[in-house]
Design a protein around this ligand. Structure first.
Ligand code: BG6
Length: 491
């Protein structure tokens, strides 16, 4: 296992400490880093929420969360006890200007790195930051962490960024997009900029098109209240998918310095061709899952999952054709697609190369497949380069597609840390490279917002697709109209 460099001792205040994100993601991620010795033993996690709980009650909830979300073989009861001894609970309505913050203030050590993690709904970011500021809790060594989505549209994102910015500098503000913490996503930087062969194969001369698919088998689960106001475009495309696209499409940054990387990502977002209202019907598809079966289990439709309204116009599936207007990418479409209740959980980027200009092989020698570089974010993180090779043996000249295949887990033989583990440590270290800068978030909203408005102005409902299918047939038509196909099983 590579040597782990501990971070500085810190106090991490988590607002929204009884919520799903904290229990499912943050505490398990902190546990793993603590177990591996990266978190100094005297660091503290101060859980803040409105419920009346004692330290012991919270510790009990945290332990239960670790049992549910940490792999059984990784959960050491002795380490879990020591981890819980680093937790304190403070009852606090952090958005209320009249609340008494003295209990929390009292626990903070001015000499330490101080992290304020806002695991709350985005409309509370402004009020909570204002209170942190007026209570005088911001030190030079403080950072604030904001979860996506930042706002609901461009105006609300700006408003949140303004209110947070009145208390924290941009350099202290860490906007999380957990996709940027995934190992394979970081590997995109290594693939492109630590290898000399790909740069020459990374442009419109050789690439036919790019596909990004983020497919989930889950439905909205317990998050219907949030999701029904968000929908797939806000929940997945505005952030995760556009960030992936930025890493694929950006120019080589001048260095790995956070702002140099983010400058290049921003240029991609600004180069996205706006989709005009008259193109909405051809360049975008929105869908909503109906009843069906996923992994052979019958599942209800989206509206039944919401358990409330009788109908909803929220999309749970989006497919889009996007274009990046730069020399590198002229006329190379980016097909983007995401949805809930699809047949498999898979996040994959496919770079498809152009077809052979001319073949010297007889037509019957092969079923031709263009070269494809497939970057698999999950599951089975890895990369494959699909290519044509000769079938062995003297039985006549036959060619078939095979692949150069790297499976990271097999290659490195170690557990792949969850994205939050890396991101939380980067926050403590004060390294914002894998976080979204304000201008990136706003540029992403500026591209997405006209789509939301155009959809809202249309009389048609998102197209229903059976749970367990690859979305509405219109999504297939979107790409097939261009003579291409989605590659569910690429390579
Ligand atoms: C979150 C979305 O940001 O990402 C969820 O809000 C989605 O709706 C999740 O399920 C997917 O993350 P992952 O890491 O499981 O691909």
């Amino acid at each position: 296992m590579p040597k782990i460099i501990p971070v500085s001792t810190f106090d991490c205040v988590v607002f929204g400490a009884t919520g799903d994100l904290t229990l499912r993601k943050l505490l398990p991620a902190l546990y793993y880093r603590f177990r591996d010795g990266q978190i100094p033993g005297d660091s503290r996690i101060i859980a803040a929420a409105r419920s009346a709980l004692s330290d012991d009650d919270y510790c009990e909830r945290a332990t239960q969360a670790l049992h549910e979300h940490v792999a059984r073989e990784d959960l050491d009861p002795e380490v879990a006890n020591r981890f819980c001894s680093r937790l304190s609970y403070v009852r606090l309505d952090a958005a209320d200007p009249k609340a008494d913050w003295s209990g929390l203030a009292h626990l903070l050590d001015p000499a330490r790195v101080r992290v304020f993690y806002l695991a709350t709904s985005p409309d509370l970011y402004g009020p909570i930051c204002r209170n942190i500021g007026t209570k005088g809790l911001v030190t030079d060594n403080s950072r604030v962490v904001l979860e996506k989505p930042i706002g609901h549209d461009l105006a609300s994102a700006r408003e949140i960024n303004d209110s947070v910015g009145r208390v924290f500098d941009e350099a202290q503000t860490f906007r999380i997009d957990h996709y940027l913490g995934k190992e394979t996503v970081q590997n995109l930087l290594a693939l492109r900029f630590a290898n000399s062969i790909f740069e020459r194969l990374w442009n419109a001369d050789v690439i036919d098109h790019v596909q990004i698919t983020v497919a989930e088998t889950v439905g909205v689960e317990q998050r219907g209240g949030y999701y029904d106001h968000a929908g797939a475009l806000r929940d997945m495309v505005q952030n995760h998918i556009l960030q992936l696209m930025c890493l694929i499409a950006m120019e080589p940054p001048l260095s790995l310095d956070a702002d140099r990387v983010r400058d290049e990502k921003l240029k991609v977002l600004r180069a996205l061709r706006p989709i005009e209202p008259h193109e909405i019907g051809t360049l975008t598809v929105r869908g909503q899952y109906g009843p069906g079966a996923v992994e052979s289990q019958p599942v209800p439709g989206y509206v039944a999952d919401l358990d409330g309204p009788e109908s909803s116009a929220t999309e749970t599936f989006v497919a889009l054709k996007a274009e990046v207007r730069t020399w590198r990418w002229a006329n190379v479409p980016f097909y983007l697609r995401t949805g809930k209740r699809l047949p498999r959980k898979v996040s994959e980027i496919v770079i498809q190369y152009r077809a052979l200009p001319f073949s010297i092989f007889p037509a019957e020698a092969a079923e031709w497949q263009p070269n494809r570089l497939i970057i698999r974010l999950q599951p089975e993180e890895g990369m494959r380069l699909a290519m044509m090779t000769k079938d062995p043996g003297p039985g006549g000249l036959r060619l078939s597609p095979t692949a150069l295949d790297i499976r990271f887990e097999k290659t490195f033989g170690m557990r792949f840390p969850d994205a939050y583990e890396r991101l939380l440590m980067d926050i403590v270290r004060g390294n914002p490279t894998l976080f979204m800068r304000r201008d990136e978030v706003e540029a992403a909203w500026a591209w997405v917002e006209p789509l939301l408005q155009a959809w809202a102005g249309r009389p048609d409902h998102p197209r229903l697709y059976p749970a367990g299918s690859w979305g509405p047939t219109a999504a297939i038509a979107l790409i097939e109209r261009d003579g291409r196909t989605w590659l569910e099983d690429a390579g």
